[in-house]
Design a protein around this ligand. Sequence first.
Ligand code: ADP
Length: 646
Amino acid sequence: MFSSVLIANRGEIACRIIRSARALGMRTIAVYSDADASALHVRMADEAHRIGPADAASSYLSIPALLTAAHESGAECVHPGYGFLAENADFAEACAKAGVAFVGPPVHAMRIMGLKDAAKAAMQKAHVPIVSGYHGTRQEPRFLRDKAYELGYPVLIKAVAGGGGKGMRRVDSHMEFEAALADAQREALAAFGNAHVLVEKLIATPRHIEFQIFADAAGDVVHLHERDCSLQRRHQKILEEAPAPGLGETMRAKMGAAAVAAARAVSYTGAGTVEFIVDAAKGLDDAPFFFMEMNTRLQVEHAVTEAITGLDLVALQFEIAAGEPLGFTQADVARNGHAVEVRLYAEDPEREFLPSSGKIVSLEWPAGEGLRVDTGFEAGDAVQPFYDALIAKIIAHGATREEALSRLAKALRATWIAGPKTNLAFLRALCVAPFMRTGTYDTGSIERDATALGIGPRDLDRQAAATGVAFLIAQEQAQFARGGDDPWDVQDGFSLAPPHPVPRPLLADARRFVAQVRFDAQGSHVEIDGVPATKPGADLRLVPWDRGVLVLRAGRQVVIRFPDERDFEAVEVEGEEAIVAPLPGRLVELLVTPGMHVEKGARVGTLEAMKLAHALVAPRAGIVREVLSEQGAQVGQGARIVIIGE
Ligand code: ADP
């Protein structure tokens, strides 16, 4: 076994790898960008090396910087985690050249599986079923459009270098094809530096069922059963479970054998995941299934497999990378009970899932039987805007699916996080959704039930907001009592007349509201639109923060503040007529010039942020009065880009 490992990653996965490496007696070496100098993975590791500035391209994605750190620390092996360079064959090759073992599959297998077109070709040769489509080298729009027509709409355009659902577009008609192709290519080029795409038939009722496989250098290959990852949003996984609900033994055996064949076809070693798409229009029994891709690394969702098999997948990866045999056969692989995982992200489901960032002001994780929380954060740490916004994975295991789900639901009710916006309320709704209880979902379920799941704009929780206002008023009064403030500044409605309500403007998540505040002998009484404040308690928490208060209830957070001089600018950009950048990013496309007429909803430009393209659209019809930025410019969050007037 190795005696030391450099973990070329950050966040929860770096922390998780450190745990297994340490248990194996290895010296753990972390790397960090300037943004992560005091991050949890750095605090946990035995030693840590700086690899560059915050920008991932100059740090976690920099092969020279990582190799220098490996050299300086004397690391015997490198574990890449997932994301970043985990599936980068050049990195694996560079490690080998530098004499450091790469904890992952052989370079040739990574190269084939790294491109969806090459992978499909290899699978076709190995008689693993693939979705029909065009995965050749020709890329002319006309040609691809003809192929789409031959396949029959709807089709899916996929970036061959794609991952995480990026560079993927569904196309329903011939007319839409070229625009969708251009979008997919632009996104693919930005995210992967490779604009090549393939076109395949879209499966209408798809289930995403993947098999974890493990192979050793002697050529033994096993699978560790499947995971169902059908619950996705925009092709990104949100909830994963093992086993797949409704998957019978015959199908499991057939798919497992295909997964093993896929691994053998590329002489695989180490941990990998073979992803299949199942056409579940008529249920799972005997359903058609197709190879989608193989991920040549550890998956985010590996923990559900660990829960049901009792294996430590990271430890197994190290053993195989060190040349040890698997040491067990297919028949030895356990399948105990059921496990479900959800991904807690710093993002706002009420605002198009915009990534959120900033300091985690307070944090409380659930604990109990069958629960596991994998995170890279503690209270006081900051979610960085430069990287993936995953805060934690919460995993529940039980003897049955029902038990696992009820443990998960309970765990999410006992999770409290204040600071960045999170998808906690959405996850809570998801794990008790009807399709979840029955286990009869497909990859479109979340989108179809979006509103019931709390996706999209929602009303302010007025009771929560009023409770926050009451807290801020009590704080003001306490300060006044201590003589801290000029008494005339405190709006306590002091008057000789009978008590009457005083209007008090407030900002709830930067939106303006007015509370009515009445004072009497008992203290203050706050209402917003007739809804009175309540008391904090088991289902509502208040966390004071930056002259305001964060109110937490039902997995949602609202920031309550009284407006001050800082707000003028913010309020101005909220005006109907300015199109502002929802995130910091680069303006990759600007489609309007002053004097142009635009319709409501027309796209005026494209902002590339967090490697995704965000359309900037006109909030109303009108004339472009001003263009305040230029194509290619870097813009900050809230920056005004286009002004539309009468
Ligand atoms: P990525 O590498 O970007 O994650 P995948 O090829 O793994 O892309 O596909 C991601 C998701 O997109 C799948 O889990 C599935 O939900 C959906 N998907 C992929 N191919 C198809 C298809 N042919 N028909 C319908 N949905 C698909």
